[in-house]
Design a protein around this ligand. Structure first.
Ligand code: NAI
Length: 434
């Protein structure tokens, strides 16, 4: 166990600014505030030592302080080297919560930061809950600190890519804890991944490049939840959008939503803006880079930086790289200049401020409910991956209706009987896909 470092952030003097923005975010996060009102007084998370590894943004600060208000001790690191908002981290540190995160850290510092979150306080008490985004904290505990596993009740995972790793572990017998897949709550993936990216993708490209988007041809690789939001974001800005897909169902969806569906080899000769949203590897690689137009902009909104073959790019053309500003680099490839955003890491958090608070309130309400459930009822769960019950998913949605002025139709008993549901829900079968 390492010696106690109370926190490490870029500049603690940013705390006042961070606090002001946290207050604004709270007003846009009705789900989290309702959970504070419901569970704050009884402190159901008392005794929980939650280590969190999730983009240290203003919205995440509201999540952290919700967990604290429910009684937990919390330590935090960011799950990406570029995604920390330094004023948010400073405000959390100033509130006395151990946070280890700053924008633009190295990979080595990244691992150091996660390591700091494993032990709490001067007396170095180990974590007993994991809250993860992408699986880096989970992997560190399972692979490097296996002696800590027996003291941990469970883990909750935020994103598609992290959930994918958990199901793999479950299959090969290396999932050592009960896990709640937060991503596949409907009120997470069908909102954050989709409507979140619809707002934050174009925001990131604009902040990074100041390009006129209207009239440009853009390509989105992958038409899952993130791809759907990303394509709509670009179309809303006036781009003509191409989509690439491997799955005929998603390809057909894209076509029927009005996008042209083409292979990447065709898209590269036509597009000026490239966005990868697959959660898969090497979507844009050597031959694609070589075929691109001059001044093409290349970015990734998926979780890891291997969607764009940055290893190949840096190995072969790293010598030509010149920084235009932080997180915006130009490479010269065979006489053409190619602009790469956020070094291939998720662009909306690297070049902009991530998703808006309101949609993150949906995601983080699910996170809070998952932590509550695992902390209180871990013995009911095996070392498997679970999703929250539909009733809670519906509850999260319900907590966000008033804020957007939406009023529900009351379901009458006769109607409930007719469609075979309870008046108070759940309103759909598990099969329903939304
Ligand atoms: P998803 O599974 O819904 O969609 C991925 C899509 O990519 C699928 O339709 C799949 O068929 C397609 N695909 C796979 N290989 C492909 C290839 N070679 N070419 C073209 N298409 C291909 O996953 P989701 O939820 O959309 O997430 C995608 C990634 O984004 C994940 O890494 C996830 O963790 C991340 N994510 C990022 C967020 C952000 O704010 N930046 C928010 C939420 C998720």
């Amino acid at each position: 166990t390492s010696t106690y470092v109370p926190y490490k952030v870029k500049d603690i003097a940013l705390a006042d600014w961070g606090r002001k923005e946290i207050r604004l975010a709270e007003a846009e996060m009705p789900g989290l505030m309702a959970l504070r009102a419901e569970f704050g007084p009884s402190k159901p998370l008392a005794g929980a030592r939650i280590a969190g590894c999730l983009h240290m943004t203003i919205q995440t600060a509201v999540l952290i302080e919700t967990l604290v208000e429910l009684g937990a001790d919390v330590t935090w690191s960011s799950c990406n080297i570029f995604s920390t908002q330094d004023h948010a981290a400073a405000a959390i540190a100033a509130a006395g919560i151990p946070v280890y995160a700053w924008k633009g850290m190295t990979e080595e510092e990244f691992n150091w930061c996660i390591e700091q979150t494993l032990f709490f306080g001067e007396d170095r008490q180990p974590l007993n809950m994991i809250l993860d985004d992408g699986g880096d904290l989970t992997n560190m505990v399972f692979d490097v600190y296996p002696e800590l596993i027996s003291g941990i009740r469970g883990l909750s995972e935020e994103t598609t890519t992290g959930v994918h790793r958990l199901y793999e572990r479950m299959k090969n017998g290396t999932l050592h804890l009960p896990a709640i897949n937060v991503n596949d709550s409907v009120t997470k993936s069908k909102f954050d991944n989709k409507y979140g990216c619809r707002e934050s993708l174009v925001d990131a490209i604009r902040r990074a490049t100041d390009l006129m988007l209207a009239g440009k041809v853009a390509v989105v690789a992958g038409y899952g939840d993130v791809g759907k939001g990303s394509a709509e974001s670009l179309r809303g800005a006036g781009c003509r959008v191409l989509v690439t897909e491997i799955d005929p169902i998603c390809a057909l969806q894209a076509a029927m939503d009005g996008y042209e569906v083409v292979p990447m080899d065709e898209a590269v000769t036509r597009a000026q803006i490239f966005v990868t949203a697959t959660g898969n590897v090497r979507i844009i690689k050597d031959r694609h880079f070589r075929a691109m137009k001059d001044k093409a902009v290349v970015c990734n909104i998926g979780h890891f930086d291997n969607e764009i073959d940055m290893a190949w790019l840096n190995q072969n053309y790293g010598h030509s790289k010149s920084q235009i500003k932080p997180q915006v680099d130009m490479y010269e490839i065979d006489g053409k200049e190619i602009i790469v955003l956020a070094e291939g890491r998720l662009v909306n958090l690297g070049c902009a401020m991530g998703h808006p608070s309101f949609v993150m309130s949906c995601s983080f309400s699910n996170q809070t409910l998952a932590q509550l459930e695992l902390w209180q009822n871990a013995d009911k769960y095996e070392n498997k991956v679970y999703v929250l019950p539909k009733k809670l998913d519906e509850k999260v949605a319900a907590l966000h209706l008033a804020h957007v002025g939406a009023k529900l139709e009351p379901l009458e008993q006769e109607q409930a009987d007719y469609i075979g549901v309870q008046v108070e829900g759940p309103f759909k079968s598990e099969m329903y896909r939304y």
